[in-house]
Design a protein. Sequence first.
Lengths: 219, 464, 980
Amino acid sequence: MSAPFKPHWNLLARLSIAVLGGGAGGALLALWGYWHTPYGQRLQEEVAQPVLFDHRHHVVDDLVDCRYCHFNVERGASAGIPSTQMCLNCHSQIWNKSPKLEPIRKSYFTGIPIEWVRVHQVPDFAYFNHSIHVKKGVGCVTCHGRVDEMPAVTKVASLQMAWCLDCHRNPAPQLRPPEEITSMTWAPPEDAAARTALAAELMKKYDVHSRVSCTTCHR
Amino acid sequence: MTPEAAAAATKGPLAEAPLILGHPTDRQLNDELLAPIFDPNANWKKAVGVAAAGTGLLAVGVVVTIARGIGMWGNNIPVGWGYGIINFVWWIGIGHAGTLISAILLLFQQKWRTSINRFAEAMTIFAVMQAGLFPLIHTGRPWFAIYWLFPYPNTMGIWPNFKSPLIWDVFAVSTYFTISLLFWFVGLVPDLAALRDSAKSKVHRIAYGIFALGWKGSSRHWQHYRIGYLILAALSTPLVLSVHSIVSFDFAVAQLPGWHTTIFPPYFVAGAVFSGFAMVLTLMIPARAVLHFEKVVTVRHLENMAKVMLVTGLIVSYGYGMENFMAWYGGSAYEAFLFFRTRTTGPYAPIYWTLIFCNVLVPQTFWFKKLRTNLAWLWIASILVNVGMWSERFVIIVVSLHRDFLPSSWGIYAPTWVDWSIYVGTLSFFSLLFLLFLRFVPSVAVAEVKELNHELHHQAGGHA
Amino acid sequence: MPSMKSLPVIQDPATKALPGHRPLWQSVEEVARRRGEFAAGAAEAPPELSRRSFLQILGASAAFAGLTACQPPRDKIVPYVQEPKEDRPGKRLHYATALSFEGYATGLVVAAAEGRPVKVEGNPAHPASLGASSAFDQAALLDLYDPGRAKGLWRKGQALGFRTFLSEVQKLSAAHEADGGARLSFLLAPDASPLLAEFRRRLQLRFPRATFRFWAPIADDHAQEGARLAFGRKLDLHARLERARVILALDSDFLATPGDSLRLTREFASRRQPGEEMSRLYVAEPAMTLTGAVADHRFRVGPAEVSPFASAVAAELGLGKRSAPAGSPLARAAKAVAADLSRNRGRSLVLVGPRQPASVHALAHALNSALGNAGETVVYTKPVLGDAAPSSAAITDLARDVEAGRVDTLVVTAWNPVYAAPAATDLGALLARVPNAIYHSLREDETSKACSWRVAAAHPFESWGDARGRDGTVSIVQPLIAPLYESVSTVDFLAAFLDEGDKGGLRHLQETWRARTGLDPATFDREWQRWLRQGIVAGTAESPVAAALAVPPAELTALDPPARPEGLEIAFAPDYSVWDGRFANNAWLQELPDPVTKVTWDNAAYLSAETARRLGVSEGQVVTLAVKGGSLSAPVKVMPGHADDCVTLPLGYGRADGGAVSKGVGVNAYRLRTTPGAWRVAGAAVTPGKGKHRFAVPQGHFAMEGRPLALDFASHEWAHGEGGGELEHLRGTPPTAQVPVDYSKPDYKWGMAVDLSRCTGCSACLVACQEENNIPVVGAEQVAKGRIMQWIRIDRYYSGPAADPQTISQPVMCQHCETAPCEYVCPVNATVHSDEGLNEMVYNRCVGTRYCSNNCPYKVRRFNFLNYRPEVAPVETLLMNPDVTVRSRGVMEKCTYCVQRIERARIEARVAGKKIEGLQSACQQACPAEAIVFGNLNDSGSKVARLHDDARRYDLLHELGTRPRTAYLARIRNPNPDLA
């Protein structure tokens, strides 16, 4: 009797095998890749904030130190988000008529806090602490990027566990002198020898014991 | 008097029963062995209906477990593992007959494997499918287990714990399933082609045609086929030993009395083959009658399986003996307490004694040819053995856990309706797959039987 | 999680709807200001904070903002409008306050995170706490956040605003003033508060003919009567256990004395080290108690046989002639005890429990003075409660008055009289007849149903007030949070009847104390701040009075003991979990295994195996107990060591309207308590019933099966053991396949030591742990299934004769093995070892295979089999410790050595460039016996390091080679050789 398939169907058979096999693998690969893309990590993602606050202006033009507003960064886990009062410390004097600042004044007079949208979000089961990092020589820019060049703050580091561990397993290259912690422009020495020397010196100076035990962050 | 009994009677007591009755032609074999597919048994639909209903139970059980949590099972502290793992080990064990028959007997060129290997392989695959379900659903958070158990470079910068036997399980079981499936399918190809060619309807022709992968039976095809089949056989031979050894490590590696036992790997493997053959018999004896395979699946086959069960049964019994000896000789108070008090007189003592009866005493009957060749007894015995093997897993897992080191933390374990429905569900799902197999795939390796038939014919001719 | 703004005022229609209710927190800065008032009360406050608390204070709300395609929503950050000066994100503030129990205060320090009290701790400066805290103290926090608390002020089912309430009360008072308050009656909870005493004085001035009665279901008026018999006046007895070498406790569970249990436990434990100075405790009691369990000799006697035994001892000491029949075991015991007592004149002590009649108390006073113990091991002061001492008769007197229609207005602050009143007096019906029955309570209960007025009481943590410890020391009670619900503090409530309800607790308090101290404003303010900061008013303790017997001892010994009752006797007992029933709605306490029987969520008719046999009843069988004027069906539970021919019934269960938690839990023993305050009722008939009851008991087995688990030695055995030779094979590092890690390098090597000689099994540590670590409650059914979640369990083992066994308690929590069996079996690395040797459990990595638990020889791991927090009211989320992850379903958990405290302390110390100091685990902090010690083993000076080198040190399941970091110190008993 006649065979149900003609020889040229073989091609179809081979193709379908390739598609099925490849498709499955490809899907997994894509899923895996997603978390390594800036989109998956939510980098450079513009976030609409209730107040059009511009870090560039405050940091570059007015030379306000990070720690003026983020008052808690050397003492607590959170860097501290400035209170309405703190905004008005200056803005009761300058730009106190500016419509851009209306939400601030409104918050102050109604007593209703401003609801900022979180940009750097770590899962609830991960306990991050700013003070210990700042005290041990990790600069703001290391994790938050050139905030002084950001009209609106965006995330520059993935904040994924692997990223944390990279530094915790080898902190030396990330350290900087105490006086440079909040500097946006400081860079380690060009020449390799000097760079390693400084790193080694800082490691000793700060007495850095970066920990990789799970309970350092997960409790 | 049945034909095979007659055949046996005419020859002397020492003469073996034949592997194939009479001298059927290829055409006859073809028609008879493919018959179930082209004119199915009237009751098939009913059977499928029952099995499908039972499979519904499985669905319910799994959904409830995932929706509400493991708390729906009987598990607790101290008994962290219950029916889930018992059934996992039991099913995996059953899965062992197939590979053993197909691979090892093939390499040893045992003629009698021929008419039962397809059957056994199918059973293996279906059993492993049941087994594979449990490790996943028994975890508290399956949605993470699915991908955290596999090693791949991830955003957490950490790997699974390669020291854990559970990780070894993941690899062992998945490998085993893949190889068995390939092995089974490759063996099927020539028969699928035969089906394609002898099919009446176009649908059948196309359907089987697709899976026959354009098999033409040319000598070139046969050559490649043989090589591929042997390679797969060689690949799966070590698996027969490795899979259940690794499963046994889940327990042997722990420090719990009743688990921490160096003899576990061999005796788990033996137990697996033991239960696997039992399951083949349980399925084969009725199937052979219903599908009229008496010609090719003769008492000789069944008797040989009984012999294998006797051997493995003895190995298992030796394992029990050794365990108890070590419990006494090792001098660990905790182990002695488990073996000589908890198991024998504890709340679960009946299950322990069931295990001893089914796994140690029942196989002893296979010393006697009369009983070996008595299909009724063979069938009952095979079922008893599987009950026994299930009890063995219960004793190992639950009994060891429920009374361990600190009496203050002793507890009791009672399965819930969810446990039961999942267990019964897997049995039904297994049957369902099997019924489908009987209906749509040649349950005897037709090509190989034909080949064997010729061999036997020649030998006979030679002597004449 | 509600935002900070919504935090203080719970979105509860009941409160919102109320017209003109008192000003609650309106906004964040007001919160700040209000807490500013008493910020100075803050003791040391850790400057470090956690991300989680940050989310809390900034009120991260899961608003679906910045939602992109398939991305999770972004949190909101809500900063203050104005920074409060004393508070920074995540900074923990500690406030000293006090909690009264049966009228006596225990000083506490409560830690608040972002204005939420999250942890109760003992106040080291307070004599009744000494830094420790009881299970009751710890559990108070759960009451505070209980969504089922009473809310609002109601009259005849109609809501009153606070102001309306005040004006209504004002009218009432004015009406009663006319006839001097003849038809006005007060039923008050016993309370030593000076402020309330002052209020009463003024109330009496205003309503000279009003009646003031003090009542509590459990009163010790026998003791007071006994003192009157002996000294001619009522006196408080204060034991000085640290001075006592021989203690005879006659049916006295002194380790559970209200208001004094912590101090007595500490003092008792301090004398349980092997050596010359080790104390010896004799206990004669019917049912096994905490005290009986730690006794060196426990005499199993029925409640009625205690008195003869006491007389026999007295006779041996030459007081009286009523000696026990010679040759009887009790006679032998009495002889030995008497000899021991007389050998230790001035160093011995005889204590009597409230269940014994006044005559026995009097006899004990006689013995103590005869033995020269007065002023040495026991001191007397004039009663701290004074006229506010509870009297059992109060309830019947009140009933009589109401019956006769002599009461128009009844003011009730006493706890739930309707439930706890004698069965005969149907108080419920009577109160319903009182035109104005005003009930002030923390919860809606049986009594609220009967009263026409219901006034929700503010929780002590929400109100101003003062209180006195059992030794008289005064503490200022300061609020830690504004009232969560529309409610009225006791001070404001009583002040309302002086037309000063709107003055505010703080002003009342300061005025009263300014008057009492007569200090000028400046000094007073300074003093006031000091009182708040220290939590005590120094020098206010009652000074001991010289107490001479008013009558010759012979007379006291001659007092006739009550006749031996006929038939079966029923003895009532306060319950270790719910006391008299007031804690019945507290899930932490309900699920707390009874320290003696390990039963959770239940009470039972406890009796001895012998009695059970004679009555033909079996464990769990429901029987009907009938006495004159009442009957009750209760499940039987056989208690090892229980006296024969008597039944012990714990009070406080079987609540009809006690709230959601207590519903259908246990049986109501008050139904058999036919006479007010009765401790015993004789002639009970027992009829076996059909039903079988299943108790939820987390412990599976009570015999050690000859395994070396909870070890104890008699002092003489120990002495011969030349410093623990017996234990050599149970310590040190056995050879293991694993290459041991060297943990001596890092700064810290965390370890724990548990001293079984000190541990009484009181279980305060369990609740402290539950509170600190956000441990869920699972309910009776799950407990019975073997799924209790508490990270610590206290194993209770019996040894010796089943009828009269010796007992030992052994707290078991994660042992943090250096070669941990749980770690290598976890497929996903969810439990691993830290560089400092902690056995870490990483919840967010766990997939829940439960393999670790199977392989844990100590079975200390706990699994979230179900979602044990199905629905959480917003107010309940405020209870959570922000430093500890709340575990989800399908995740394993276990004791972490309070790693959140370690990490908090570490960062704090490293930022300050110091080493970690004074770090305590939650269980250690709560333990009144100082039986649990946690610390750094690499600091050879640390207490825990010393204990690890102690001769009594051994490792649990040592031969397994797990190398536990938790060491046990064997218990030493001090039996009397004459009784050996």
